[in-house]
Design a protein around this ligand. Structure first.
Ligand code: ATP
Ligand code: MG
Length: 418
């Protein structure tokens, strides 16, 4: 038997209803706030991710599904959405008509990480991206939207952790201070962080190694190195969140694993997932549109982990199973084509039909109607046809009535809805 690939999974009926409901809620929330859906390819040129996410990030260094296509061009299954949205914004020169654009998208991402609970190699994200707006209020609005979406989906302990990474100016001063700090704690650092201390010290703040984490508690805070403009920007994000009554935690070591972030960064955490406590992450990426060859435009966004959200949402406890409204049993050669036609028309009229296409006995077909918990059963045999009326059985009351064949679909619907 051929099995699916490790780290990949099937989302089956029974589970998919949760996903559909999450997606429906997200779509309607985003659309209310003026976001438009964007659907982009899953396969992109490798260079797009290398240049945006950064060469020495975990994603680009070791997690991407990259391969040469048949002509030898290096292509990658997208590990995240932002880079592609930026590519599209630039490619279609969207800024020329109106630089202010708000997008959302829902789809699969691919990262070759070690599979475990809440961590897959194909996983799904709900993304929101805003272009052309510098104002800190849009950062606050994105955090607000993510938190509200969690609330709507009955996740009550979603907590935003926020930080500001400043602009390149603030960051270059901070990097020096952080490098100096890392050199003072070298005995506590893992090999990767020792390397990072010179090349990319910010990555050390992100390290999952427990000894590194311990050492980082005393690391300098980037928020102490912000220039007046970046400081003011961050203050406004915080005060806007306070006004909206969104509680948040300031996390000075929150840098996120991608190189393109500037100013506001955030992560939404929950206690319901064990080790994989992040359900969403995002932030501002003001330099990225220009880095990838577009006009200099500010941008900000976030990604929600749909798989993790589906595990913790309170709507899991609801019953989404849809039972047939009517189970159609045709007994006889003449009645089957007619019943089949009714079956198709019921479906179009918004009644859920299920037609028994077996040629088993009436008894075993009634058994199946019971098992599927059909509300009604329609029984038509060649005898009934001759007499011009068929049997409609209410499965709750066990009552049977005769329905004339003439305009049967309308009559049955009227009976069901009565
Ligand atoms: P983590 O720290 O858990 O690795 P991340 O910082 O790599 O997360 P992002 O790139 O910010 O994650 O992606 C946003 C969200 O996507 C995460 O908060 C998480 O919910 C989800 N996510 C990321 N990687 C995976 C994965 N391999 N499997 C399932 N969900 C994931
Ligand atoms: Mg990761």
């Amino acid at each position: 038997m051929i099995q699916l690939i490790r780290g990949f999974k099937d989302i089956l009926p029974g589970e998919i209803e949760i996903w559909q409901n999450i997606e429906k809620t997200a779509r309607s929330l985003f659309e209310n706030f003026g976001f438009k859906e964007i659907r982009l390819p899953i396969l992109e040129r490798t260079e797009l991710f290398a240049r945006s996410i950064g060469e020495d990030t975990d994603i680009v260094e070791k997690e991407m599904y990259t391969f040469p296509d048949r002509k030898g061009d290096l292509v990658t299954l997208r590990p995240e959405a932002t880079a592609s949205v930026v590519r599209s914004y630039i490619q279609h020169k969207m800024y020329a008509k109106d630089p202010v654009r708000k997008f959302y998208s829902i789809g699969p991402m691919f990262r070759r990480e070690r599979p475990q609970k809440g961590r897959y190699r194909q996983f799904y994200q709900i993304n929101a991206e805003v272009f052309g707006i510098n104002s800190p209020f849009i950062d606050a609005q994105l955090i607000f939207l993510a938190v509200k979406l969690f609330h709507m989906l009955e996740v009550t302990d979603a907590q935003p952790h926020i930080n500001s990474l400043g602009c390149s100016q603030c960051r270059s001063n901070f990097k020096k201070a952080l490098s100096a700090f890392l050199l003072s704690v070298t005995e506590k650092l893992c090999d990767a962080c020792l390397k990072r201390s010179k090349k990319n010290p910010l990555r050390a703040l992100d390290c999952k190694n427990s000894s590194c984490r311990e050492a980082m508690v005393n690391a300098p805070a980037i928020t102490d190195y912000l220039c007046p403009e970046c400081r003011q920007h961050f203050e406004t994000v915080k005060s806007a969140l306070e006004k909206l009554e969104i509680p948040f935690v300031i996390d000075k070591n929150l840098v996120r694993g991608l190189d393109y972030y500037t100013r506001t960064t955030f992560e939404i955490q929950t206690g319901l997932l064990g080790a994989q406590n992040a359900v969403a992450g995002g932030g501002r990426y003001d330099g990225l549109v220009k880095t990838l060859g577009g006009q200099d435009q500010p941008a900000t966004g976030f990604a929600i982990g749909l798989d993790r959200l589906a595990e913790i949402t309170g709507i899991r406890n609801k019953d989404f199973t849809k039972k047939p409204d009517i189970y159609i049993v045709a007994l006889g050669e003449k009645s089957e084509p007619l019943a089949f036609e009714w079956n198709c028309n019921f479906g179009l009229e918004g009644i859920r039909p299920e037609m028994d296409l077996s040629n088993r006995s009436l008894k075993s077909r009634m058994k199946r109607a019971n098992k599927l918990e059909a509300a009604y059963v329609l029984i038509v045999g060649d005898n009934e046809l001759e007499e011009g009326a068929v049997i409609l059985r209410n499965m709750t009351t066990q009552k049977q009535i005769l329905i004339p064949i003439e305009s049967l679909v309308e009559r049955v619907i009227a009976e069901i809805k009565a």
